[in-house]
Design a protein around this ligand. Sequence first.
Ligand code: PEP
Length: 242
Amino acid sequence: MKKIIISNLKMNKNFKEFDSYLQTLKSEVKNFQNEIVLCPSSIYLDKLFSEKLKFSIGIQDIDHRNQGAATGSISATQVKNICEYAIVGHSERREVFKEHNQMIKEKISRCWENEITPILCIGESLKIREKGIEEIKKHLFSQLEETLNFNDNFQDIIIAYEPIWAIGTGLSATNNQILEVLEIISEKLSLISNTKNIPVLYGGSVNLDNFKDLQKISNLSGFLIGSASLDPNSLSKIINDF
Ligand code: PEP
């Protein structure tokens, strides 16, 4: 199975910076066999699409409805011909915008209706991590059950395990911590879906210094990268060496 690298640029880069970001990626990324997904701000999706690069395009979030009175939102119906992927359930959306599992479940359905593969982010807070593995399991199980269980018409999906305490902190989870959680996730996924080989990625302070070591984790399908993907030289090196 192809490995996957997703870059989440979040609310970064002005027009000029994004332009130069793309130029650097174009010149620095050499050969890659993997699936590379760029998720820039939505204002750049059309530009990225028209560049016709070999990278796939993802949107950083999607509305839970297909159209209507939703000021500032973007629907899956609007980007279905541009984006192959959509991040849903990112911890920043859950925390800042108070998005809950039921809404995230609806976002997943909107993705599937519009032939977009959802990248479902799940992960525990530091408080839960400190309570031990049984609490972590309970939390991840409920995030998966409440967004995927009985979600009719189960289709392609990518799961990104992103412990909240590791996002943007420079403190990545260890290989053993990730391995332990991968087992928990696959146990639940096998109960929820008959679909085999659902890719599970890790996200949380992946960078040039640690990605080689994290790559050793068996059954891990790739990475979701935030901060380190802002520097196109770092991202290119990770892509080239992955
Ligand atoms: C993220 O925001 O999804 C993320 C993984 O960020 P970072 O790589 O900066 O931890």
